[in-house]
Design a protein around this ligand. Structure first.
Ligand code: PRP
Length: 212
């Protein structure tokens, strides 16, 4: 039997994924050793391999077949536009992609003004402003702490993830428009989907039942 390889998103998403897999009897003891410097972990009995990657790289590993299966946020799937099959909503990591800014910025959206938009997600921002809102904007790609942008005057609004809303609240910013609901998703390489169809279908079926 061939190994099935999983690319998991480093951090909380991987922890939650592994906890869910454990409930399904899919364990990886090797991964629990905090002193381990290993990068790829194996479950020899079930013929599974796991590795951790940065979110935006997970769809890349899956598209190229370096991993058969990935677990990553829906935001990353939309942004990265890789050729992968999304097969399951794992429900955790739920949050929303929103346009946020100071209350006053609402007017710029209503009047479709040429504003600056700071974001880690330029493709999502471009698609929303250009194709859905038909508003010409200047998109500025940033790498984190996006809420800073409207506070220090880099941009009028941001396109970013809102989970609890506390970052916005503590910085006197508000949600101006909601773009899309997000959560962790399971993605599959299209070739693996055909070659390992039975194993993958069973895994998805079992996880779906567990989540229901
Ligand atoms: C994310 C997101 C927001 C924040 C939202 O940032 O970009 O800044 O979490 O969460 P909240 O609504 O619960 O306050 P993250 O912490 O991932 O780091 P980053 O700012 O470096 O992107």
């Amino acid at each position: 039997m061939k190994y099935l390889t999983f690319a998991l998103t480093k951090g909380r998403l991987a922890q939650k994924t592994l906890a869910l897999f454990e409930q399904q009897g899919i364990t990886c003891e090797e991964m629990k050793d905090p002193n381990s410097r290993k990068l790829v972990f194996t479950n020899e009995t079930l013929k599974l391999k796991f590795f951790l990657a940065k979110g935006p790289d997970v769809p890349t590993y899956v598209e190229y077949g370096a991993a058969d299966i990935g677990v990553v946020g829906k935001d990353t799937i939309i942004e990265e536009r890789r050729k992968v099959h999304e097969v399951l909503d794992l429900k955790f990591g739920a949050c929303k992609m929103c346009i946020c800014g100071k209350e006053e910025a609402k007017e710029f959206l209503q009047k479709r003004e040429l504003i600056r938009v700071a974001t880690k997600y330029p493709n999502i921002a471009k698609d929303y402003f250009y194709n859905k809102k038909h508003q010409t904007v200047e998109i500025i790609k940033m790498n984190g702490s996006i809420e800073l942008a409207p506070i220090v005057g880099l941009s009028e609004v941001i396109v970013d993830i809102v989970e609890t809303g506390s970052t916005l609240k503590e910085n006197n910013l508000v949600v101006l428009e909601e773009i899309a609901p997000l959560s962790a998703r399971m993605i599959v390489n299209p070739v693996s989907m055909r070659i390992e169809n039975e194993r993958i279908k069973k895994l998805v079926y079992d996880l779906r039942k567990l989540l229901a």
